[in-house]
Ligand binder design. Structure first.
Ligand code: SIN
Length: 523
């Protein structure tokens, strides 16, 4: 019989919902989420979930593709777990009512970049994330989980370096403490660090910032993935890679294909290659977006194909004044996914006792330097399940070092309390612009040094939620730029024009800060 714990889960994307659901019988579970239950990065995921489930595919090939995309930085043990346990987690979702698309009585499979064969399951055409989010939310609402929606996780409470609770801000703006034996971060990524992102407004790096303030280690912070194709409108709506997987091509402003000259895999080269190819092409055409031409798909598959296969993108294009069945649409890269995050082992344990992390906020090393398309939902399913299984079967115990490569560069964040002339960061856009320019698709030492100096001077005033989110982004930005500046090589999503080649000497980076005590008395 395992001891019943008070467990707080932060975040309600697929990782948080699965953890809460699977822990809810054996433990007292509270789920804290900043907006309504179904708002998360998961909800907006389009392409689908990569998994080797068909007779012409193997787990070994999925592992190989993942390792290749990760550019030598994946934790092979984590990748083996991801790919081998994926099929069982898909069957769990099917049991919960997720209706994956089918063709001739079999699961339909899309192709995405850097996969050697089609293996991306999807639901509702391009509404995979939404289908999963709604099914999981329904199950969580029916389970014995205390839901705190519109509630902000402000800080972890530590006693003797162990997590003992969480300070929250409730929907009325009141701060209070929740006691907890275990806190699970499932709060997603930090796309709002950058001026252009495919992520929703909730992706403000809160979990990573909480963890850093609690003294946890952030691994591989420098690796931020830029999706090649977001619609070039103010809201940079994601245009799934699955569209290129179906055969859409990229054109310069004169209507010529340009990716073939950059990589033999052309539009289906790994994401970092295509994103950089587009950025270069845009620079060569005065910053004008490139074009994504999907009109040929209407000719090859028949009129109505795009609306049928990609209903959400089709509607989004029309709403923004683009008829992509008739004309190419303007696209641009945008920040999409953080490969780095709170360092965990393969059951979600961080370096801080009592603190776990799963999903995008975590770094198991599964994605290395560049995530393979559609491996992120799979990561959430697999590692949230493993974390719940662990907590359902044993007492939480201290972080156990797993057999990772230990050629790590350990970086202490500069002590910002010693900054002599702090400046107030007045608006989030200034921070996002700095990160986009200095730590975006192409980086170099000079601009990152200047950016870090600026980041260390800034302080965020205000105690409203938006200000606290901006302060969290600032904390994560310092970690990202510190690690990116230290990594004097190019690898995967991290490209430095002053160090354009990959150096085998470099493996993982770890960033940490001195823990800051947060007691309820300080509320
Ligand atoms: C997409 O649909 O292109 C996004 C899939 C992913 O980020 O893996």
């Amino acid at each position: 019989v395992i001891a019943r714990q008070r467990i707080v889960v932060i975040g309600s994307g697929s990782a948080g919902l699965i953890a809460a659901l699977e822990l809810s019988e054996a433990h007292d579970v509270t789920l804290v989420t900043k907006l309504e239950l179904t708002e998360s990065n998961t909800r907006w995921a389009q392409g689908g979930i990569a998994v080797a489930m068909s007779s012409d595919d193997t787990v070994a090939e999925h592992i190989e593709d993942t390792l290749r995309a990760g550019a030598g930085l994946c934790n092979p043990e984590a990748v083996a777990v991801l790919c081998a346990e994926g099929p069982a987690r898909i069957r769990d979702l099917i049991r919960l009512g997720v209706g994956f698309d089918q063709q001739n009585g079999e699961l339909s499979r899309g192709l995405e970049a850097a996969h050697t064969r089609p293996r991306v399951l999807h639901a509702g055409g391009d509404a995979t994330g939404l289908s999963i989010e709604l099914a999981l939310a329904r199950a969580v609402r029916a389970a014995n989980v205390t839901l705190l929606e519109h509630t902000f996780a402000a800080d972890l409470v530590l006693e003797n370096n162990r997590v003992t609770g969480l300070i929250i801000i409730d929907p009325n703006g009141n701060r209070r403490q929740l006691s907890a034996d275990t806190v699970i971060l499932a709060s997603g990524g930090a796309g709002q660090l950058f001026l252009h992102t495919t992520n929703p407004s909730v992706a403000t790096g809160d979990g990573a910032a909480l963890a850093l303030r609690a003294g946890a280690e952030i691994a591989d912070a420098e690796f931020y993935q830029f999706h090649p194709t977001a619609l070039a409108t103010a809201d940079t709506f994601l245009i799934s890679e699955a569209v290129r997987g179906e055969g859409a091509v990229l054109l310069d402003r004169a209507g010529r294909r340009f990716m073939q000259a950059i990589d033999e895999r052309a539009e289906l080269a790994p994401r970092d290659v295509v994103a950089r190819g587009i950025a270069l092409q845009m620079a060569a055409q005065d910053g004008e977006p490139v074009l994504l031409d999907a009109t040929g798909l209407e000719r090859t598959h028949g009129a109505g194909f795009l609306a049928r296969r990609f209903p959400s993108i089709h509607a989004a294009c029309l709403e923004r004044g683009f008829d992509w069945t008739q004309q190419p649409i303007p696209v641009t890269p945008a920040a999409h996914y953080w490969m780095g995050g709170v360092r965990t082992d393969l059951v979600g344990r961080t370096s801080v006792p009592g603190l776990y992390a799963v999903g995008e906020v975590a770094c198991t090393g599964v994605h290395g330097a560049n995530r393979l398309a559609s491996n992120s939902l799979l990561e959430s399913l697999v590692f949230a399940h493993r974390c719940a299984t662990f907590l359902n079967s044993e007492d939480a115990s201290h972080f156990a070092e797993n057999a990772q490569d230990h050629r790590e560069k350990v970086l202490a964040l500069p002590d910002i309390t010693s900054v002599s002339m702090p400046k107030t960061l007045r608006d989030r856009t200034t921070l996002q612009t700095l990160l986009w320019n200095a730590a975006g698709i192409e980086r170099n030492g000079a601009s990152m040094r200047a950016a870090l100096e600026q980041l260390l001077q800034w302080q965020v005033e205000g105690t409203d939620i938006a200000s606290l989110e901006t302060a969290n982004l600032l904390t994560v930005a310092r970690a990202v730029v510190t690690a990116a500046l230290a990594r004097e090589e190019s690898r995967g999503a991290h490209f430095r024009n002053d160090f354009p080649t990959t150096s085998p000497a470099w493996q993982h980076s770890l960033v940490y800060a001195q823990p800051i005590a947060h007691e309820v008395a300080a509320c």
